[in-house]
Design a protein around this ligand. Sequence first.
Ligand SMILES: [Fe+2]
Ligand SMILES: [Fe+2]
Length: 277
Amino acid sequence: MNKRRAFLKSAAGLGGAAAMAGMASAAEGATERTRVPGGIRVGNLYFAGGTTGINPDRRKNPSAPPGDVGEQTTRALESHKKNLESMGSSLANVIKVTVFMADIKNEKPAMNEAYGKFFPKDAPARSAIGTQFPDDITRVEIELVAWIPEFETGHPIIDNQHQGLVLAFNQVVAATGQGDGHEEAGKALAHLIEATKHHFRVEESLMACDGYAKTQAKEHGEVHLRLTGQIEDLARKVSRGEEGLSPQVLNYMEDWLLCHIQVEDMDLACHLNAGGH
Ligand SMILES: [Fe+2]
Ligand SMILES: [Fe+2]
């Protein structure tokens, strides 16, 4: 939990790769399996299924050229790139790649040339394997495993507001450490509540997008309502002196903030990003 707190403090800018070590620690317990564009997500790991890069014109025109191994490698990696970016990640976060090839003996140099343009430095671990495809036109199929920065959803409005919530939460933590903490902590908590309510309203207006089913929107809205009720109840108790902002209470608030981002908000952002909203 202390590591998660450290992450929250350092994540005021949510700087992606810079906070990766902290986020690795924060991944504890995040094991939910979710279907995402191109593959499966488990916690902050993304497992992409094999992707080929045959010229898409072939679907309409069977005589269109399928593309050579270099072109197919480029298309397959472009497709992975797009999926990763829709989840707030990128090719820079790819950990492992497996490349299946129709003719590894003769076509590996051309594949390597196209591949190298996507990973100019810090290339991921890679295996290249010769295989037999069910047709003659597929020259290459590429699968990969990547890291998804845990608290970035890839949706700019949601991520910006989450940064604001992290800052507001950090102000509550800082205020509780001050000598005359009671009043300052109360103000900081009130600010966090206002920022949270505003953020929830914005997310709820985004939920009207296509693809985010009414049931999901309803459940997500109910989570917002429950969280708002809990934090407002806490603020009332703090103002009446019935409850202090103890480390346990702060940990609890931190948990709901992070868990909500990782589960419901990530799901919403996936829908928004996939639909270009
Ligand atoms: Fe939310
Ligand atoms: Fe959110």
